[in-house]
Design a protein around this ligand. Sequence first.
Ligand code: ADP
Ligand code: MG
Length: 259
Amino acid sequence: MSAAEAARLQTLLTALRLPTIKRLWGDIAEQSDREGWPAVRLLAALLELEVADREQRRIARHLDQAKLPVGKRLSEFDFKAIPMVSAAHVEALSSGDRWLAAGQNLLFFGPPGVGKTHLAAALGRALVENGYRVLFSRTTDMVQRLQSARQELNLPNLLEKLDRFDLLILDDLSYVEKDQAETSVLFELISTRYERRSLLITANQPFGEWNRVFPDPAMTIAAIDRLVHHATIFEMNVESYRRRQAVETNKRSRGKQEG
Ligand code: ADP
Ligand code: MG
């Protein structure tokens, strides 16, 4: 192949947006010549590399857009610490399919430190790796975002944008301040996604306290109704993981001192 031909090929691959083939065709073509591959094999090899790379890039982009807290993975989650949550169940959820397609919800309840945020983030990461689109936000941040969109008469637009995500994770619902205007945007989000797009919500208090989250009792009931209609609920009522670890560390070092 002449230098002009090679340059022409580079230009065509740029025009077609095939960066992986552009990067690798030289080596692969050489191997193909050396080993006498049939043309079909060469073509398939190049296209397969491009497709695999494209999938990787897509996942990397979605991971970036998901805004997940760093370093929280299922592989680092100790399921023994929380017997009411089974690793197999979470594993099944992390494959996505049915519950996301049906717009079902997940609700994690439990006191601080029991791993709600860790589990939510880790599940979110696994779902992105399995091809789904996820957005993680603290509930207060999401409410603020919705609120300012509303002020700019842009709320429908934002809701539509959020619709692209198969799953929205709203972390720490209980910390939303009770404020008429603010919390009704949250209600609007819940209603918009109802039976279509999934939500994962973590909260310190189960529903008993939610009248402190929404502006009036009727809205609280309506919100809870929509959320739980198709939902899996994890009641994570154990002792704080951090506190238990601190106690363990303490015991161990005291054991050493005494022993
Ligand atoms: P919550 O959101 O319920 O307040 P977090 O998810 O923030 O709790 O957990 C507190 C800390 O303890 C985090 O650093 C988290 O990674 C860790 N942690 C909690 N539960 C577990 C667990 N079961 N296995 C491993 N780490 C855990
Ligand atoms: Mg948390």
